[in-house]
Structures are given as C-alpha cells and as structure tokens.
Design a protein around this ligand. Structure first.
Ligand code: GLN
Length: 491
C-alpha cells in the first residue's frame, strides 16, 4: 500500500507557490492535501508517529503571493504557535498553549506558508532518535523498523513521507542535520544568530538555532530565506542583511576548495558511509572543485565538550518548569517544595532528568572550573580549528553527517553514550557557531546516507551553492535510500 504520494523533486515548494499565486489552485489546496496525508501516515497499526497535533483547514490566513504562498510546512513542537499546543514532546507541557508565536512561525505565515501541524521530537530536543518523546516514538518512513534520527525526527519524517516539502526543526548539536541524513532529506543549520530564536523553547541557548528541512536543497533554502534575518526580540540575532540564497544556488563548484577533515573519516565511520561520501567528493572533483585533505585537531573533544555545555545550559533553562509558572502541576502535593518535586518527577522523562543532573553537577561549586570552565576553553579551540582552515583558503568543509545510517528502534536506548556518539560530526558546527547542511548523497542497503557541508560564519550562500550542485551531480543515482519501501512507493 502506498501511504504517501510524495512530491515531484523538480516542483516542490516553488511549484506550489507558483500555482497558488497565479490562482491555479485554491490557497489552501496543498494544506488540505498535506493534512490528509498526515492523517493517513499517522493512523493504523503501522502509524509513523510524525505529528503531535494537526491544524484545522484554513487556519493559515489569506496571503497568496509570498515566497511560500500556500506551501504546507510542518513545525517542530518546540516552536511556539498560538493555535496549536507547544509541548516539546514533554508531559510537563501537555496541552500548553503559548500566548505568543515564534518569529519564524509569524514570518512563515507572512510569506504565505501554512502550518500543517506540530511534529514529534525528543523531549526538549534532547536525543538523536525521537525515542525520547514523552508521547510516542516516530518511525523512519524509509524503513519503519528504524529511527528517523533526532531530535527533529518528526519534521524530517514529515518531509521524507512526502507530507510536506518543507519543515522547521531546531539544531543544538545536530538535531536538524542528523535526522535529515537518516531520512534522506535536506537539513540546514544556519549560522548562530542568523535566525531568530524568539519563541523557540530554549534547550542550550548558546548552541540552539532554528533550522529548515526540505525535500531538496531548494525547498530547505526557500523556507530559510523566508524566515532569516534580524529580530529585535532576540538579542542574539544578527543585523546582517540576508543574501539572496535562492539566487545563489546555481553558483557551481568550479574552483571551490573543499576541505576534507581526516578526523571525520576514522574507524568510527561505517565503511559503506565512508565509501558513499568519497564517491560524492569524486563527483565534486570532476565538476571542478579542488579537494584538499585538512585537519581539525580538536574534533575528538567535541562530544565531551558538548555534553558538558549543553546539559549545563539546559539545567538552567529547564528550572522554569516547576509546576507553578509553567508545566502541569502535581495535584496532590502539599507544600511548595512538594509541588516542584512531584511536578518535575512526573513531568520529565529519563533523558531530561539525566541532562539536568549532568548539567547541575557541571555547574556546581567546586566543579565549575574543572568542567564548565574547561569546556568553554575547548569550545574556543574547536572554533579556532575552523578559523585556521578558512584562513588557509578552504571555502567549505565536507564530511559525513553521521557515522552510520539510521539504526533500529530500541538499539541504542539503553546506552546513552552510544546515542551521543551519533552526533560526533554535527556538534562541532554548533560549538563553532558556523552553518551546516546535510543532503542525501547515497544509500547503504536501502538506507539513506547524508553528506554534510560546513562553511564559515555568515557564508551560507557558499555552502548552499555547493550542496545544490552536488545534489544535481548525484541526480540519477538513487541518493535517498529506499524509495520502494513500505511508504516510499509513490515517490
Ligand atoms: N542529539 C543531541 C542531543 O541530544 C543534539 C540535540 C539537538 O541538536 N537538539 O543533545
């Protein structure tokens, strides 16, 4: 049975917006189609578990001439929306209705886009498989026995299942790029400060960035183009002008110097993923790019550094869920301490508790310098590695997005460290504040493999152009994994 119809690779969001703006179809035509597909994908015994809530028809407003006119978009459940709950897939925020809307959601609507629904995720974006959702896991549309990656697994799956051409995620340590690679779609993490975080529920504020998914590089770029740029409501958002990224997609790779870091092609890397990535590099070389071996020597400290800094920031950001100001309150508690304790014990899942404990420990008196202080220093060294490479004339860096293709549900839930290691190639970009993109570059046994481009801060254009070129070079080879599987038949 074909559960998802999929979108033509060459039309996607651009063609939808065109058809809506010339009046060929009703403004809510694609929204209604997407809602029907979403219901289908999430129903029955083999439900994919993609959405936590769905919009009602016609809730998008009347705009018909924006960049995203009538384009249905899925929104990760840690971005505040007024009409739908924002739960971060946590029980502690069950039913929470935000009184305000995230800037990216507002800009999406102003560009004519339609919110289809809120997508499943790892609770508070902590995880790499969407199995840490407080509600249900999401399954990978390419192979339903596998995870979609995380934490933005629902959004990646919504695109992979052909429900929407574009979706929002958030990327603190890889949560857009890693699920994009597992699901065979495109995921962009922009430069820190490029996109407003206003209305993004904070996980680790110095690392968090809203990112976009697309069926193609163009789809993901179109959504990013519509929402990027300064926002007075986020003091960390940059005042730099946003370039015409869509216009820069055809820049090509002729003369581009692509750095290939030896530290990302080691024994931890699955040998087939290695092969697929090297073939992609070969295509780039044939198209005129210069491929250069480089070294980013502090890479091996990235995961331990991230797992000090991110939990430290999380422990402070999550202090607000106390059953009083935010969160579901434990009804039977008899004292104020009891309210805090009971509400937090019931509301938070195991991984969130683990992070809060790790973070609180790292920040505690006597340990602060040894852990948090030191991790901050290593963070600068990691950023310095990239600085040196750019100064030496490298334009973009190319790496695998994740060391393996999508793993099976349940395979890593008992071993947090094995789960953390799936972020080994993605956390560096967050620590350094630089932009990254993952795109499908091939398949291993029917499972998609993602390749990642990284670029200097504010140089998204370069990275998007390189990705768009590689996508075209790989056209014809099946780069998205299992297209004829249980759900992919209609693609
Ligand atoms: N998987 C990483 C973590 O669990 C990254 C999550 C993210 O980017 N939100 O923290």
């Amino acid at each position: 049975m074909t559960r998802t119809a999929g979108f033509d690779r060459h039309s996607g969001s651009r063609e939808m917006a065109r058809r809506v703006s010339v009046g060929e179809v009703e403004p809510d035509h694609f929204l209604e189609e997407a809602l029907a597909r979403a219901r289908e994908a999430d129903s029955g015994t083999d439900a994919l578990g993609i959405f936590l809530s769905l919009s009602r028809k016609g809730s998008g407003g009347g705009q018909v001439d924006g960049l995203l006119a009538g384009v249905p978009v899925a929104v990760k459940d840690n971005l505040c929306t007024r009409e739908l709950p924002t739960t971060c897939a946590s029980r502690i925020l069950e039913g929470y209705l935000s009184p305000f809307e995230a800037t990216v959601v507002r800009r999406l609507r102003e560009a004519g886009g339609r919110v289809v629904g809120k997508t499943n995720m790892d609770e508070f974006a902590m995880g790499s498989s969407t199995e840490n959702s407080g509600y249900r896991p999401t399954r990978n549309p390419r192979d339903s026995a596998r995870v979609p990656g995380g934490s933005s697994g629902g959004s990646a799956a919504a695109v992979a299942a052909g429900i929407v051409p574009c979706a929002f995620g958030s990327d603190t340590g890889g949560s857009v790029r890693q699920p994009a690679s597992f699901c065979g779609v495109v995921g962009i993490k922009p430069t820190y400060g490029r996109v407003s975080r206003y209305g993004l529920v904070a996980f680790a504020s110095s690392l968090d960035q809203v990112g976009t998914f697309g069926a193609t590089v163009e789809d993901a770029t179109r959504l990013l183009q519509a929402v990027a740029g300064h926002d007075p409501r986020d003091s960390t958002s940059s005042e730099r002008a946003v370039p015409d990224w869509l216009g820069a997609l055809d820049s090509g790779v002729e003369g581009l110097t692509v750095g290939v870091p030896e530290e990302y092609f080691t024994d931890e890397l699955d040998s087939e993923v290695d092969r697929v990535c090297r073939e992609a590099l070969e295509r780039l070389r044939e198209a005129g790019a210069r491929i250069r071996e480089i070294s980013l020597p502090h890479t091996r400290y990235a995961v331990p550094t991230y797992y000090i800094l991110a939990p430290a920031e999380a422990s402070s950001n999550l202090a607000r869920y106390d059953g009083v100001r935010y969160g579901v309150r434990a009804p039977e508690a008899e004292s104020i301490e009891g309210v805090y304790e009971e509400s937090r014990t019931r509301g938070f899942g195991e991984e969130v508790v683990r992070r809060i404990m790790l973070g609180t420990f790292a920040l505690s008196a006597g340990y602060y310098d040894a852990y948090y202080g030191r991790a901050q220093k290593v963070r600068s060294l990691i950023a310095g590695d990239f600085e040196r490479v750019w100064e030496a004339g490298v334009d973009v860096v190319f790496t695998p997005t994740s060391p393996t293709p999508a793993f099976r549900l349940g395979e890593r839930t008992r071993d947090p460290v094995s789960m953390y290691l799936s972020d080994i190639y993605t956390v560096t970009a967050n620590l350094a504040g630089i932009p990254g993109i993952s795109l499908p570059v091939g398949a291993v046994e029917g499972l998609p493999v993602g390749g990642q481009f990284l670029a200097p801060m504010w140089e998204e254009a370069r990275m998007l152009g390189a990705a768009h070129t590689l996508e075209a070079l790989l056209e014809g080879t099946p780069p998205r994994g299992n297209e004829a599987g249980r759900n992919g038949g209609g693609r």
